[in-house]
Design a protein around this ligand. Structure first.
Ligand SMILES: CC(C)(COP(=O)(O)OP(=O)(O)OC[C@H]1O[C@@H](n2cnc3c(N)ncnc32)[C@H](O)[C@@H]1OP(=O)(O)O)[C@@H](O)C(=O)NCCC(=O)NCCS
Length: 202
């Protein structure tokens, strides 16, 4: 913003530079996100980097790296924000795996904090995760959900099976209502377009 002001001043556009003083500063909001199974090396690298950022640096649930043995068999799913119509940076992640026949689990759901509550990225990652597992034959889909996110999952048609402590933090064992998540193939790519929030008028 200030560099723009300096540019306008240098060009003699004083009125325009004064106008910019009152312009609200807000972060850049991408117009599009894509959600899909991670297919490329950069998507996988971004997926692990985002998980480290959220679970190691932000939440401090793990130190250093959050990878574990589940990563050897899990299917990674990503949300990437787009620049000029092209996927540019991974800002959402989740993984799914099948610990026993027909029973699937989701874990490591994360959305970069600059992109939360913007384009339903978290909700769409869950939808992609459960519907993909359903398409792969899931008869049950479970997750261990941090307590502060239980309401979020309930609204997405999940029910709590009980409380558990995981990594020293309160969680709920939760189960998705599969009838709300139609089965689909693994080659899906979904496009999300964040809707600008309408200003509330008193
Ligand atoms: C939890 C998380 C994945 C949600 O992702 P998100 O992209 O911000 O969520 P969405 O935009 O899809 O939210 C959809 C709706 O749920 C609401 N919502 C989001 N998080 C919520 C929460 N924790 N509790 C209740 N409602 C919530 C949103 O406001 C939105 O409501 P709207 O449809 O009325 O606008 C994200 O906050 C996150 O990554 N947190 C840190 C890591 C984490 O907690 N992972 C989950 C471990 S179980």
């Amino acid at each position: 913003m200030w560099s723009l002001r300096r540019l306008f001043l240098a060009l003699g556009l004083r009125t325009m530079s004064m106008d910019l003083v009152d312009v609200e500063e807000r972060p850049f909001v991408p117009t599009e996100y894509v959600v899909r199974l991670a297919r490329t090396p950069w998507e996988r690298a971004g997926y692990y980097a985002l998980r480290r950022e959220v679970f190691c640096e932000e939440q401090r649930v793990f130190s250093g790296d959050d990878r574990d043995v589940v990563d050897e068999i899990a299917i990674p799913i990503v949300a990437a924000c787009c620049m000029a119509g092209m996927p540019d940076r991974v800002v959402g992640a989740v993984r799914i795996h099948e610990p026993e026949p027909g029973v699937w689990r989701g874990s490591r759901l994360a959305v970069h904090e600059d992109h939360r509550r913007l384009g339903r990225i978290g909700a769409e990652l869950i939808r992609m995760a459960v519907s993909t597992a359903h398409g792969l034959g899931a008869s049950q889909f479970l997750a261990q959900v941090q307590e502060q996110n239980v309401l979020f999952f309930r609204r997405l048609h999940w029910k709590s099976l009980g409380e558990v402590t995981l990594h020293g933090l309160p969680h709920h064992d939760m189960e998705a209502d599969l009838s709300r998540y139609p089965a689909h193939e693994q080659d899906q790519t979904w496009l999300l377009r964040p809707q600008p929030r309408t200003r509330q008028v008193a």
